[in-house]
Ligand binder design. Sequence first.
Ligand code: ADE
Length: 476
Amino acid sequence: MNFYVMTLFPEMIEREVQSSILGRAGQNGLLSIEAVNIRDYTKDKHKKVDDYPYGGGAGMLMQAQPVYDCCLAVREKIDGKRGKGAGEKAKVVYLTPQGKTFHQGMAREFAQEEDIIFLCGHYEGIDERVLEEIVTDYVSIGDYILTGGELPALVMIDAIARLVPGVLNNETSADVETFYNGLLEYPQYSRPEQWKEKEVPGILLSGDHKKVAQWRLEQSEMRTKEWRPDLYEKYLCRKNLIEKLINKNKVLYADMWECLQVDKGEILYDGEEGAVVWNREDKLVMIAAFRKEGAEKILGYMPEHVEELQVILHQEFLLPLMEKRYRITEKLMCKRAAYNRKNPLPLPKEIEIRQLDISYAKEILSHYHLGTEEYMKERLSSGCMFGAFVEGKMAGFMGMHTEGSLGMLEVYEEYRRQGIAESLESYMINICLSKGMLPYGDIVIGNEPSFRLQRKLGMKVTKEIFYWVVAFSPLL
Ligand code: ADE
């Protein structure tokens, strides 16, 4: 991932990125951070970049020309690295107290980009015309005013970079990371057991993992309620909906409640008729209609201003209603399977399973055609694809989708009927269990070998059919 920072103070950025984790990630080639001096692009012979605002007022404004030319130069740099047109596609983030407040979900969204250009303002701001021309995102890091955008840019870079696979030296990605539930962290303790007459809470010394997990959750809830009542209220809304969906049909609604559990889902609607959950990062909407009446009303709660959407319609009767409102370009009729047990599955020794890296992209793409090249590469570099090896040769692979379902299973022709799919899926199920996730996957109607495999592994398959569709901008 490459960060470019357009600034009048490049030394502020350079000084920071030479040190610590970001510096190491730079040396390892996982990311690059480049400061580009806006002053180098001014056409003014005195190297001036600012002037008085029309209409009067305090302070000076950064002028449009140097900022614009600097941005064109950065885009050219990106084109040089990645090919023509790549620079035009890169997001340009303007750091300003007027922007949307930065949060972890935004960091996760930005972490999916290949290149990000930051624009740091100074003085009283920047001429509006150049902002209109180049900026894609206006971001603030909080409700206070700093002297410039450099510190906010560094804050964002730090939060985004740690989500890039490999930067933190985690073996698995943030996707498979022990989940983050939208609560504040519980208190932690290290040696000694007693310090200044303060003891470590006894339960942490008990060795009972279940009790420790329960205690930590309670502590997190208590802290959040007291220190961040705003977050706690949202947590309670999610918790209520999760309970409702699990009670209605744990397997069918696995996508919705898991998404809420890891705090990746925004509740657009929660009522007696059903629910709508929006996973903004993955551009995925999940819709549950508990009865036919009122289904129309639920569809009125779809996210706005999104051109292309993936939608999971949990009831068949939602499809014609959806088709009335959206142009549907793809649809898959599926059933869902989930592993509802606690015990991990046995793995045969003869089949070795390993996490795959980006060097397997070509091989994976030549065997699997349901995902785009960009998506499969992203899954590989996120550490979410696993390969089965027989006598050192790859015999098949499987992975986890961005929203947490298992899939992308493929066993090469010459290795079929040797238990390889079973091993791969058992392995993936065990990973999910170790992370406290419900292992689930969607099976396209008609894929009988897959249905047989799910049942053999003890998965529960829904009676209900649901639709996975790709929808384009509303027709209404
Ligand atoms: N520039 C000045 N203050 C800022 C803030 N709070 N967030 C982002 N950019 C800024």
